[in-house]
Write a new protein. Structure first.
Length: 99
């Protein structure tokens, strides 16, 4: 992902898929349309931060490698050349950093 450089206060997040639970009698298979959208992801790139009214750069609070929780319908989905799905979102769409 070294080729992606987000601008301003944008963050690139790789969604983390939740594990599908299985039952003793067999495997549960859900179609993609029935799955919940992930709300957790790993930050893979961050922009330099937004500018305030005086032109000063406000640093980003998240950093590459952080595991984050974001709003359910946040961001814009993008498929990379290798078929991986990532999200572009504003830092303000991130609700928390998980420790």
């Amino acid at each position: 992902m070294a080729d992606i450089k987000p601008l301003a206060d944008r963050v690139v997040v790789e969604p983390l898929e939740e594990d599908v639970q299985t039952f003793a009698g067999g495997q549960l298979v859900l179609p993609d349309t029935a799955k919940e959208k992930p709300q957790q992801g790993k930050v893979i790139a961050v922009g330099p931060g937004r500018l305030d009214e005086d032109g000063k750069r406000i640093p980003m609070e998240v950093k590459v490698g952080d595991k984050v929780v974001y709003a359910k319908y946040s961001g814009t989905t993008f498929k990379t050349e290798d078929g991986k799905e990532i999200l572009f979102m504003r830092e303000s769409d991130i609700l928390a950093v998980l420790k």
